[in-house]
Design a protein around this ligand. Sequence first.
Ligand SMILES: Nc1nc2c(c(=O)[nH]1)N=C([C@H](O)[C@H](O)COP(=O)(O)OP(=O)(O)OP(=O)(O)O)CN2
Ligand code: ZN
Length: 113
Amino acid sequence: MYYIEKRLEISASHQLRLNYESKCSRLHGHNWIVTIFCRAKELDENGMVCDFTHIKARIHDYLDHGNLNELLPFNPTAENMARWCVEQVPNCYKAIVQESEGNTATYVRDEED
Ligand SMILES: Nc1nc2c(c(=O)[nH]1)N=C([C@H](O)[C@H](O)COP(=O)(O)OP(=O)(O)OP(=O)(O)O)CN2
Ligand SMILES: [Zn+2]
């Protein structure tokens, strides 16, 4: 099995829709650190699991300097973002989304998916 990791830094704004009072419901920004994990039993005809540049294009270039509430069709928590990242990238099985130092969410695709 081949494994790759791609680390992305994304500056963006968001506000959370929550059923309790929170400062996070106000529009604010983070410098997210997103790590994408991909794997494949066989390499493609280019000798890759997935092109790092394509991963950056699908995640970073789409979200960077944007408003996540406008770009994503769900409440932009770190957990939801991690799942969305896994769904965007071919051969991706895991994503780690760090919102700030100490605040991190991970999504791992089920084996049978
Ligand atoms: N489980 C989650 N909890 C929270 C999320 C999330 O995505 N998943 N997100 C937020 C907000 O985005 C909020 O902006 C985070 O604020 P921050 O100041 O970074 O975190 P804390 O309130 O924990 O404060 P620290 O000073 O960093 O301890 C909130 N929760
Ligand atoms: Zn936030």
